[in-house]
Design a protein around this ligand. Structure first.
Ligand code: 8Y7
Length: 273
């Protein structure tokens, strides 16, 4: 299976690690834009050194209950970081739902759009179509503000599959080639622990979509519920979850702890090659 990400191309013979770089006031102390950008760039380079295959740059917190930020605020946070990563040895993904932010980031050299809204905002499809960038289409139920209040499904796996199939069709109809598309069941986005576990158990079902599967479990609250650990102490659980997702068919894992995840996947690769 091939994956085209702007100028980059992956054959996916081994799983990829997407390293998370958050450019939000709660992730770096509020020392002004320049300090914030410098800290994010240093973090990005650190993740490349630890073995990240892709960097995911985000300026809007999508944690449950988080408030939206304006286009201008999001641009001010992420654009200096994306510009600072031009020429980096790995593709840069922009984590955004906003078409204006997508367009600016792609023009500045980003190779991928990670949209938790699966390009449903008007003109988001067009923004990606007009580039050679890859896109991650993620499922969620509701909005980050309210999604964890009362998630409900008849059959969570079937419903997530159906949604992703529909968004893949829309993306392809808009002119985004299949090789540029990855899909993601959206762990924790409008899902109870039982829903998340059902999706993980049946991750193999997403193989029928015929495009690479991305999974994001890193430090998520479901791991806190399972282990009783707070967010600072979820590295082991996150590494276990990433390995489990890969074992069940994920081809890209989105993680905070890149070095630890890469070590685990080296063991997995050694056994599986
Ligand atoms: C995911 C994500 C987040 C995920 C994709 C967090 C932006 C919450 N989670 N994108 N973003 N998949 N594709 O805890 O699971 O990292 S934000």
């Amino acid at each position: 299976m091939f994956f085209h990400c702007g100028q980059f191309q992956f054959d996916l013979s081994r799983p990829l690690v997407m390293g998370i770089v958050n450019v939000t006031p709660d992730s770096f102390s509020d020392g002004g834009r320049t300090l914030q950008c410098g800290a994010a760039l240093a973090h990005a380079h650190q993740l490349i050194e630890e073995g990240a295959d892709i960097l995911d740059i985000g300026g809007e917190s999508t944690r449950p209950g988080a408030l939206p930020v304006s286009v201008q605020e999001e641009l001010e946070r992420i654009m200096p970081v994306i510009e600072g990563l031009r020429g980096a040895p790995v593709p840069v993904s922009v984590d955004t739902c906003k078409p204006e932010v997508m367009r600016a980031a792609l023009a500045a050299g980003a190779s991928m759009v990670n949209d938790i809204n699966a390009l449903q905002q008007p003109s988001a499809l067009a923004a990606v179509t007009a580039s050679s960038a890859a896109v991650c289409l993620m499922h969620k139920q509701g909005t980050p503000q309210t999604m964890q209040q009362q998630p409900q499904y008849q059959d969570v796996v079937a419903e997530v599959l159906q949604f992703l199939r529909g968004r893949m069709d829309a993306a392809q109809a808009a002119g985004i080639a299949r090789e540029r598309i990855v899909v993601d069941p959206g762990v924790g986005f409008g899902k109870t622990l039982a829903h998340n576990l059902a999706l993980l158990r049946d991750l193999g079902a997403f193989g029928e979509l015929g495009v690479p599967l991305l999974a994001g479990l890193s430090r998520k609250s479901m791991l806190g519920t399972i282990t009783g650990q707070d967010v600072e102490h979820r590295v082991s659980a996150s590494v276990a979850a990433a390995l489990l997702a890969v074992q069940r068919g994920a081809r890209i894992v989105r993680v905070h702890d890149v070095g630890a995840t890469c070590d685990a996947l080296k063991v997995w690769n050694a056994v599986n090659s």
